[in-house]
Design a protein around this ligand. Sequence first.
Ligand SMILES: Cc1ncc(COP(=O)(O)O)c(C=O)c1O
Length: 416
Amino acid sequence: MPNETPRSARGDILDLERVRADFPILRERARGKRLAYLDNAATTQKPEAVLQALDDYYRRKNANVHRAAHELAERATAAYEGARDTIARYFGAEREQVVFTRGTTEGINLVAWSFLRPRLNPGDEILLTTMEHHSNIVPWQLAASEKGAKVVAAPVTDAGELDWKEWRARLSSRTKMIALGHVSNSLGTINPVEDVIAEARRRGIPVLIDGAQATAHLVVDFNALGADFYAVSAHKAYGPTGFGALLGKREHLEAMPPHLGGGDMIRTVSFEGSTWNDVPYKFEAGTPDMSGAVGFAAALHYIESLGRAAIATHEHGLLEYGTERLARIEGLRLVGTARHKGAILSFVMDRAHPQDIGSVLDMEGVAIRAGHHCTMPLMQRFGLSGTARASLAVYNGRDDIEQFVTALHKVVKLFS
Ligand SMILES: Cc1ncc(COP(=O)(O)O)c(C=O)c1O
């Protein structure tokens, strides 16, 4: 099946073969077959530009950052802080609003611990949705349980969309925080975050958006969006693992106490007490992950070099194609059919368990994910123990979908 050259509304062109050539791992074979990597919501593969940036950092720039007294430390600091500028620009934020973290999980925990916990009183509520990743549930539960507050979740419709009426019905004077995913990792649903933020602002309730699944696929302009916090992970956007950023409103970051103590986050230390560094450094205790920052910045440059409109057009076309192809497979049911959807195909099959589907596909070189996808409450909502999930990225093409569909026909045959 030939891969069509996608064209965006702006006329941007994505040359799929060239994109693929940028990702060395795609030349690997899996179980002796051509690799069709469709597990991008779990983690994306890394382009040469990111691999080279990591390599170059350690070969030419590595030293500890800040307070540089020698050239290598200057280079490392310039690379690290230059990465912060790139990341800030990509997300439409000021550099002081970018706190480096280990990823989305740490960003949400930081907000739950430092921002929300001191404001919570018994009886207060944190409003989530049923489709949240465990990372956007458990940190709030930890803060709530300590203060006698509770987590409340708004339901999703059968299509996997946020039930807006029910969400609004759960807002009250008790609501002290709203948190939701920009894009659901299990369903692909793109949530109406602009509407959520507008409603929250009318009521003066802070909002955190979990942007783990949005970074590589949607344009995020943090300050224009108006959320209070936005958490992201580099590895879901072609960057290195174990690195991410929390974007926050400056006044919140200034007011929040640090969550970790140590080097670099202080201005002064004495045994009588310590004072804190400026934001964002107040939240970056210890030697940071310099190569992570450099790798993330390289990944964002890479995304921009392809053109975000071209990527979106490509992935949307592939999603439509995949949806159509899956609809024709006997006994297969898509889970998550929202009108606004990212490139995620979650599904169940009549006779085969998701793990069995995953195993059969693996033998055909097709990498998908099977299970609850860290969204147990959502699985419960749909009466499922899990789904099989194919998630697409910029380097996927119709040939990957065809390999996937052919392997699914094997599943049908094996389990009929
Ligand atoms: C929607 C969503 N939120 C949060 C996370 C957690 O991201 P990380 O493990 O990079 O912290 C994930 C990861 O799968 C996710 O998909």
